[in-house]
Design a protein around this ligand. Structure first.
Ligand SMILES: Nc1ncnc2c1ncn2[C@@H]1O[C@H](COP(=O)(O)OP(=O)(O)OP(=O)(O)O)[C@@H](O)[C@H]1O
Ligand SMILES: [Mg+2]
Length: 244
């Protein structure tokens, strides 16, 4: 099983330390939830792990190599994919064509890439939307399309940045069902989400960031009881509302 080992990663923007000495490990067949208040450094951490930012310190080890500072293309090629908090899809192309772009990474021929894209759309439940222009999708559909684009690259590690934002409770059930299936397939998932009802039940472990630093890591049950996490992020209301 693949393992991503992050050690002491730090990222500064001028005088602001957006990610401060963060270490963790995630393995294939596991969902790691990543939570924390706005500005905690979650998206910046994703960008450090996927080549969009070069960390100022620390290492990112995957399959025996330190990939910190590699380009996004090379990181995607070795099997690490991420979605974006603000969706990055090709608005003028159809759903199928968008997914085909991802599939080209491992299927250079157009027909093979198309076949792969069709399979992936089936997996994420978007087959019926294949010929729709991406610009005409709803925001939750755009987010799902971005997940499909990632899956078309056959990742071993998949990082999702608020992919379930804006979903109805029924749609959250569908989305979490898909994530559970991906975990069963052996992927390692890191899931950033503010919707606690979505992330708490599916995560094997939760890591909490606050002001760039990791303040807690544990099972959802442990995290829900953690005084520091309650005061930094969850709040008393959550604890009363949701018994994990
Ligand atoms: N490119 C950048 N240049 C300067 N500062 C940045 C940059 N990107 C992020 N920041 C700052 O780094 C900090 C962490 O931001 P980040 O977007 O990683 O937080 P987040 O945990 O993803 O928050 P949210 O839950 O709102 O998405 C914030 O203070 C943000 O303003
Ligand atoms: Mg973010």
């Amino acid at each position: 099983m693949s393992e991503l080992v992050v050690k002491n990663v730090t990222k500064r923007f001028g005088g602001l330390t957006a990610v401060n000495d963060v270490s963790f490990t995630v393995r294939g067949g596991e969902i790691l939830g990543l939570i924390g208040p706005n500005g905690a450094g979650k998206t910046t951490l994703f960008s450090c792990l996927t080549g969009f930012h070069r960390p100022d310190g620390g290492s990112v080890e995957f399959e025996g190599r330190d990939i910190a500072g590699w380009s996004p293309n090379n990181i995607c090629s070795i099997g690490i994919a991420r979605t974006f908090q603000v969706v990055q899809i090709l608005q003028g192309m159809t759903v199928l064509e968008n997914v085909q772009v991802g599939a080209f990474l491992r299927h250079p021929g157009a027909a093979a890439a198309r076949d792969k894209a069709i399979k992936v759309l089936d997996k994420v439940g978007m087959s019926k939307r294949a010929s729709v222009k991406a610009v005409n999708l709803t925001l939750p559909e755009k987010k799902r399309l971005e997940v499909a684009m990632c899956l078309a690259t056959d990742p071993k590690v998949l990082m999702l940045d608020e992919s379930m934002a804006g979903l109805t409770p029924t749609e959250i059930q569908e989305a979490t069902g898909m994530l559970r299936q991906l975990r069963k397939d052996g992927l390692a998932l890191i899931v950033v989400e503010h919707v606690m009802e979505a992330i708490m039940p599916i995560s094997d472990r939760i890591m909490v960031l606050d002001s760039g630093a990791k303040i807690a890591e544990g099972t959802p049950g442990e995290i829900a009881k953690d005084e520091r996490v309650i005061s930094a992020y969850l709040g008393d209301k959550y604890v009363k509302r949701c018994k994990v």
